[in-house]
Design a protein around this ligand. Sequence first.
Ligand code: ADP
Ligand code: MG
Ligand code: MG
Length: 251
Amino acid sequence: MSTLEIKDLHVSIETEQGTKEILKGVTVTISSGEIHAVMGPNGSGKSTLASTIAGHPRYEVTSGSITLDGQDVLEMDPDERAQAGMFLAMQYPVEVPGVTMTNFLRTAKTAIDGEAPKLRTWTKEVREAMEKLKIDADFASRNVNEGFSGGEKKRVEILQLELFKPKFAVLDETDSGLDIDALRVVSEGVNRAQSENNMGTLLITHYTRILNYIKPDYVHVFVDGRVAEQGGPQLADELEENGYDRFLAAV
Ligand code: ADP
Ligand code: MG
Ligand code: MG
C-alpha cells in the first residue's frame, strides 16, 4: 500500500511578463488502487500539475510538497521519480528519432527496475501487451512515436504503463483525440494496470467521456489553479450536465 501526497502545492513559471503563479495551493492524496479524476476547463492548470509531478524544470514549486510514501518527490530528478514507481504520461508524447520501440522499452524498463528484464519472458510480455492494446507487431521495430498517429501514441503510452508496472500513474488527457475504439482499448489498459498492479491513478481530463470506461473513485474539479471541489463519481455526472459554470462563478 503506497500513498502519493500532494499538499498545498504552489507552482509558478517565468514568462516574459514576469513570474506567474499557476497552481495556487493544490492538495490531493492518492492511495494504491484508487482512481482520481481531475477535471477542469482549459487553462486551469491541469497540465501544469502533471508537469510538476513529472519534474519538468520549467515549473517552479514555490511552496507545498509532493511525497511518495513520505519520500520527497520534489528532490528527485525525473529518472528517480520513475524508479520510485511513478509513471508520467505527457499530453504531447515526444518522438525519439533513431530509437526503436523495442530498444526504448527495454532500456526504460532496465533503468526503472535497476536490472535488465529476462529476454525471453520480456519479449513475450511485450508481444502480449501489444496484442491486448491492438498495436501492430511492426510497431516494435519503428522509431518511438515517429509518424505515430495521436491514437497510436496513446496506445504506446498505455503499453508502457502495462510493462513498467508503476505504483502511480499521471495520465494527462489520455482521451484527447481518440476515436471510440481507441478510447475503449486504452481505458481497458488503464483498468488492467489498476486491477493487476493495484496502481493508483491521477486521470486528468477535460471531458467526462473517458469516465464511462474508467470509473473514478474520486473527482476533483480544478479551477484557476486550485481544487474547487472534491467528490465522488456523481460530481462528474454533474459536470457533464451543467459544465463548469458553477465553479467558474466562484473564482
Ligand atoms: P490546462 O492543462 O488545465 O489546460 P495548463 O496547465 O496547460 O492548463 O495552463 C495553465 C495556465 O498556465 C495557462 O494560463 C497557461 O497559459 C499557463 N502556462 C502553462 N505552462 C506555461 C508555459 N510553459 N509558458 C507560459 N504559460 C504557461
Ligand atoms: Mg496555500
Ligand atoms: Mg492540459
